[in-house]
Design a protein around this ligand. Structure first.
Ligand SMILES: [Zn+2]
Length: 148
């Protein structure tokens, strides 16, 4: 499925769907086995200066692997972001230099799942871990004991 991002932005339209995050190439390796159903919505928008933009919203839950104990745990996803549209590589570079916003190249039709994948990457922790009190790793296992 590909959409005309400019038309979506201009008409303030929106599209939505559900995706199993295991099917997203850059996400799959980061997930533990288990359900990873993400509801997504991509909506036409504009930034404060009237530039064409898309708002991306995600909601759902994925399973991650704790880096301390290697146990799985559920990670809720509630993510909202937006991206500016660039019509060419040159415009993308110019927008990148002028704004702090994320910019995507939309020279042709855009796959909304690419935007969903980008946004989901931002929603995942760099180093997934249980909260300290929920981790099943016995205390001290990871530390090196110094001989006295
Ligand atoms: Zn853990």
């Amino acid at each position: 499925m590909r959409v005309d991002a400019w038309k979506l932005a201009r008409e303030r339209g929106s599209i939505e769907g559900n995706i199993d995050a295991h099917r997203l190439a850059r996400i799959a390796d980061l997930l533990a086995p288990g359900p990873a159903d993400i509801a997504w919505r991509v909506a036409g928008a504009a930034d404060a200066e009237g530039r064409a933009a898309l708002a991306v919203e995600l909601a759902g839950e994925v399973m991650l692997t704790c880096q301390r104990c290697l146990g799985g745990f559920a990670w809720p996803i509630r993510q909202e972001g937006s991206v500016l549209l660039a019509a060419s590589e040159g415009e993308l570079e110019a927008l990148d230099a002028r704004t702090d916003a994320e910019v995507v190249l939309a020279a042709g039709p855009v796959d909304p799942l690419d935007l969903v994948e980008d946004e989901l990457l931002l929603a995942l922790p760099f180093a997934p871990r249980h909260p300290a009190d929920a981790c099943t790793l016995p205390a001290g296992t990871m530390t090196t004991h110094r001989r006295t």
